[in-house]
Ligand binder design. Structure first.
Ligand SMILES: *[C@@H]1O[C@H](CO)[C@@H](O)[C@H](O)[C@H]1NC(C)=O
Length: 218
């Protein structure tokens, strides 16, 4: 009997699933830290995407740099999930999101957004931070274009998943082209391309796309 119980506990720990109340609570903290309405959550991921772009452009609560505001809020959410008997990878898992969302589009675009933030607040953080004035201007001037790259990708990949890898490439090109501005370093094109590649990765890592660093960049 004891052995059976131990086995049961072990299974429960190994096959962790996302717990909805904790997930919702951690997302509420995320919105609060960003100073946005709590309705911008996993059920409204494209709305949340626009809110994050707006913060990149206009700054966060108290006028702090948009990148700092978004990344601090994101890191707090990850920590919140990790300390509440669930983890970010369980809650951002596409199959789990699909089985708990009203529409597949929303499940995907939430998982996409969180993966892009993981890049922008992780490996991509210092490129962005070191060039924030440029990136902030890029987001301001190309806001509509960049949201268009994302929205088109989400719709097209959903309607025609067989051509998903083509849409990934289109999106990477779209973000790369948008991430240029006169007076700004070419390395931001790489940041734009990689941000989009990371965006698409939860569904399309099988496409094995890659972004090129401009060889003339030193
Ligand atoms: C950015 O574009 C989106 C989508 O078109 C729009 O809803 C939002 O208000 C724009 N934000 C800014 C700061 O221009």
């Amino acid at each position: 009997m004891i052995k059976f119980l131990l086995a049961l506990i072990l299974v429960a720990q190994v096959s962790g699933v996302c717990h909805v109340p904790q997930f919702v609570g951690c997302q509420a903290k995320f919105s609060d830290a960003l100073g946005i309405d709590r309705n911008y959550n996993w059920l409204n991921p494209l709305g949340l995407t626009i809110q994050i772009q707006d913060i990149y452009i206009n700054g966060g609560l108290g006028g702090i740099r948009g990148l700092n505001s978004v990344c601090n809020a994101y890191n707090q959410m990850i920590q919140c999930l990790t300390t509440s008997q669930t983890t970010a990878s369980e809650c951002f898992n596409i199959p789990w999101l699909l089985s708990h969302s009203e529409a597949p589009n929303r499940a995907y675009s939430y998982g996409f957004l969180m993966n892009m933030l993981q890049y922008q607040c992780g490996a991509g953080f210092y490129i962005a931070s070191d060039n924030w004035k440029c990136l902030q201007n890029i987001y301001a001037k190309k806001n509509g274009t960049m949201f268009g790259c994302i929205n088109d990708f989400v719709l097209n990949a959903y309607e025609d998943p067989a051509r998903g890898c083509d849409y990934v490439q289109t999106g990477m090109n779209c973000f790369e082209a948008a991430s240029t501005l006169s007076g700004c370093p070419d390395e931001l094109k790489y940041y734009g391309c990689e941000s989009f590649r990371q965006y698409s990765a939860p569904q399309f890592s099988r496409c094995h796309k890659s972004c090129q660093v401009d060889l003339s960049f030193r």
